[in-house]
Design a protein around this ligand. Sequence first.
Ligand code: TNX
Length: 455
Amino acid sequence: MFDTLLPRPVSVTPLPGSCPWPSPVDVRPADLPAEGYRLEIDPGGIRLFAADAAGESHGRQTLRQLVGPDAFRAASIHSGLSVPCGVVEDHPRFAWRGCLLDVARHFRTKAEVLRFVDLLAAHKLNVLNLHLTDDQGWRFDVPRFPRLTSVGGWRPSSMTGSGGAQDGRPHGGFYTGDDLREIVAYAAARAITVVPEIDIPGHARAALAAYPALGTSSSYEVWTSWGISTSLLSPTKSTLDFFRAVFDHLLEIFPSPVIALGGDETPGATGEHREFVRLLAEHLLARGRTPMGWDEVLDVPDLPPMVIGSWQNEAAGLRAAEAGHDVVMCPEQHVYLDHRQSAHPDEPIPVGWVHTLEDVYAYEPALTEPRLRGVQAQVWSEHLDSVRRVDYMAFPRLSAFAEAAWSSGPRDYAEFLPRLRDHHLPRLDALGVEYRPLDGPLPWQTRPGVPGRPR
Ligand code: TNX
């Protein structure tokens, strides 16, 4: 039973016998590494020693796996369950075990985000990087600037796949402050920090559509295409004041010590745009938060210490560390879960490189601590117009990623694969996750004829 656990714990000592389930769990504080726990199960009871609230949460997740797939259903349907006796000692390899969810390209309902939080927690992932704004949508209600959501939260159409055709289907949505507070609290109760992201000065066409004065043109539309837009915020004093107010409102809702400001893909950016990024980074620092940006911000002169999301390649993360920044490794060559899962022609909307389950499992960041905070997988949603499509792209690759993020020591795919197939996929089934079957998409998961942009 202990060899079914995913992510694999630091050490396990199976003992004879079992303990009936449910049984009370005796939780005690203990001097263990951050987020660590020790689970002691004997026939008479269960003791959970925890370093902190996160350790307790992770210990309970391990216990749930030991009960079996039934423990992942929304209600218990069987009696006579038990857990095997033994001791599990465990703590994470990396402090930052993240997943980005892009709710800007396609809105995810609050219920869908809460469910995603549950799935992260089940994998002992601890950061939800919530990508709230982009060219194609603004999802964060700011009462002072109502057009951000009334205009920026909606668009009339999207590209069909990556081809030239439009689907002509209006969609959108946004979260109120209270929706987001609820998501934050729900995540916190599961040892997950929500790191919000407002993308500036590019990827901001939804904001420009709402308030064209933030840009240089008299009118903009929330973008109905994918790609890299050349529309940037104009780096004026009034745009800066506007975004200082937007970020101040963000800080009221998100207690995260790290706040993301984007900074990626800004074709045509000038020194003034870079200064605009620097001033907003300073604004966050002055309010006691650490700004996070994508690795393009390394071009900004006199950048204060930040967290850099190294997405273009591993080398960017190494450069960031040399420049004195902390780094979250999230390179698109390895951990972009919007990229296709196989080279098979049936793979739906084939985007990016082939990142198989095995590729993701094998991911090793090129940087080490202390500058390396951890690793993050990305679920960009240009092509994920429903939660079912998110399930398909994220799982089971995110399960493999979770083990790379949590477990120290060598990883052997030949050992992992049967553990995933025989023990973890039944947990995902019990949770109702529509993951990609190991041998390829089910017929209704394919998208015949919808063009992608394979690399
Ligand atoms: C690049 S990663 C982007 C995103 C896209 C993604 C698609 C990054 C900082 N920018 O805007 O959604 O590629 O894979």
